[in-house]
Design a protein around this ligand. Structure first.
Ligand SMILES: Nc1ncnc2c1ncn2[C@@H]1O[C@H](COP(=O)(O)OP(=O)(O)OP(=O)(O)O)[C@@H](O)[C@H]1O
Ligand SMILES: [Mg+2]
Length: 349
């Protein structure tokens, strides 16, 4: 019997769908074992808060069953309002001293009581101001985290890693793309949240979730055409395909304006607050809503960066006999988080 590294399943509990990915680590790298997605009803998760946990549990169970997943250990992640990521510059100290200083730093930097959050931190490599070091602090609201763990538990799964979306994306990026000194932004436009993680030399120097995404666009379409959620979602999928009506084109542009404006503001904030006045030269874009027309072009124009659509399967072996290449190509942009989660191993922070 061979005792390899224990593999775990990536489970992305998004607000529009549940996604699952299973990877196998072999001599030639990672291989795709399983991938899939099941849509959630619209009211199940609203603004990243689990409203109808029964529906979420059922959807997870269905997906696990349909894909024939046997592994119970999963990595999940959270994002949005309940996650705070801050970089602080503090005097050089030992890891032990830092551990004692972190609660105080947290109190200064987050709007929640420290008793209500789970937190972690990481000393960032590279230069800081003289005598100081940069530390990245991540805090997540306990009650929200517990809700996400609970739905996975109720679906018969065992969450062994609880990550945040932006770091799952970073993990996915690391194994698929070569290391570069360039300042680049990983941007994932989902249904409720847009995750932004700015990397320099492969290390995160700024990360933030904007609470805006494709759900808002769906709501605009519903109102404009007086239709239900499912029909509005379908209409979105046809956007890139056929000649669309003037009204739909107008709200598509409005949505691209809204999202790209928010992204631009966040990147401007990063540029003006970073000590070295870094500018983002490249954007690696993903998330289901990255497919909305005009977004890519607007980002090129507003940020002045090149924009490339992410491919989380770039360095992952996937047998075309098991996975239809056309299907993989279609789902790739929205699978960044779940692939990052599937790369986690038991015992990871
Ligand atoms: N082809 C497409 N054109 C336009 N929008 C699309 C397309 N495909 C998916 N979307 C939109 O992308 C969103 C889903 O993206 P994604 O799967 O990344 O979100 P999520 O992970 O469920 O949400 P979140 O992370 O915000 O909780 C939905 O709003 C959906 O309507
Ligand atoms: Mg998501």
């Amino acid at each position: 019997m061979v005792f390899g590294k224990k593999e775990i399943v990536g489970l992305d509990i998004g607000s529009s769908a549940i996604k699952l990915a299973e990877l196998k680590e072999g001599r030639n790298g990672y291989q795709l074992k399983n991938i899939g997605e099941t849509l959630l009803p619209p009211e199940a998760i609203v603004n990243k808060v689990i409203i109808n946990s029964g529906a979420v549990v059922d959807t997870i169970s269905t997906l696990v069953k349909d894909l024939g997943v046997k592994t119970k250990d999963v990595a999940i992640s959270i994002s949005g309002h309940s996650v705070i990521i801050k970089k602080v510059s503090i005097p050089q100290m030992s890891e032990k001293e830092l551990r004692e200083a972190i609660p105080w730093e947290l109190e200064q930097n987050i709007p929640h009581s420290i008793d209500n959050v789970n937190y972690d931190f990481q000393i960032l490599p590279g230069e800081s101001q003289e005598g100081n070091m940069d530390v990245l602090i991540v805090a997540a609201k306990k009650d929200v985290t517990e809700d996400y763990i609970a739905v996975a538990n109720e679906a018969g799964l065992n969450p062994v890693v609880v990550d945040v979306d932006v770091f799952a994306l970073e993990n996915m990026f690391e194994i698929n793309y070569p290391l570069t000194d360039e300042v680049l932004a990983l941007i994932n436009i989902g249904a409720s949240v847009t995750n932004i993680n700015i990397l320099k030399g492969g290390v995160s120097i700024f990360a933030r979730d904007i609470t805006a995404g494709g759900r808002q666009f769906t709501e605009w379409i519903q109102k404009e055409f007086n239709i239900g959620y499912d029909e509005a979602e379908k209409m979105k999928y046809s956007l890139g395909l056929t000649g669309i009506s003037k009204d739909l084109d107008r709200i598509t542009r409005d949505f691209a304006d809204l999202i790209c404006g928010e992204i631009e503001r966040t990147i401007d904030f990063f540029t003006t607050t970073t000590s070295q006045k870094e500018t983002v030269r490249k954007i690696v874009l993903g998330g289901g809503s990255s497919k909305v027309p005009y977004i890519k072009e607007q980002l090129v124009e507003r940020i002045g960066a090149s924009v490339e659509i992410v491919n989380p399967f770039k360095n992952i072996i996937h047998d075309p006999r098991d996975f239809d290449p056309e299907y993989i190509l279609d789902i790739a942009p929205k699978m960044g988080v779940v692939i990052g989660l599937a790369l986690r191993r038991k015992g990871d922070k």
